[in-house]
Ligand binder design. Structure first.
Ligand code: HEC
Length: 108
């Protein structure tokens, strides 16, 4: 009996997690929100025009959603991706995970 309850609880918990992790990647990004996040979080280092070189960071226009996800949330690069710079100045910003689709929409 206890095991059954536990199994149901686990299934529910897993279901909830799957929902959560799916939401940011399946939802279409909102370019307006993305622009706000970009201006608030990124232009200290990247240019306000993402196609230009910023004070610290390289141009980020055209960054894929996958690149943004891995670089912003995890601080690394997708497998096989050749970074524009070898430095590691930009720290991971996992709190921006939910904004990745919006950032992708504004940087595409
Ligand atoms: C503290 C300065 C700083 C901030 C803030 C910052 N970046 Fe960066 N970013 C860099 C630097 C410098 C690099 C080059 C690699 C390195 O040194 O980390 C970089 C690299 C990148 C790359 C990889 C570019 C490539 O193709 O190799 C992306 C994408 C990126 N930044 C996007 C963003 C976004 C989006 C934000 C805002 C959410 C942001 N960055 C905030 C400094 C920053």
């Amino acid at each position: 009996m206890r095991a059954a309850v536990l199994a149901v609880a686990c299934a529910l918990a897993l279901g909830a997690c799957a929902e959560d992790s799916k939401a940011p990647t399946t939802a279409g990004g909102d370019a307006n929100r993305g622009r706000q996040v970009y201006l608030a979080q990124c232009v200290a280092c990247h240019h306000s025009d993402p196609s230009k070189v910023g004070p610290l960071g390289p141009p980020v226009k055209g960054s894929s959603r996958e690149l943004l996800e891995v670089r912003i949330v995890g601080g690394t690069y997708p497998p096989g991706y050749k970074p524009k710079r070898d430095s590691a100045i930009m720290q991971p910003m996992p709190h921006l995970a939910s904004a990745v689709p919006d950032l992708a929409a504004v940087l595409k």
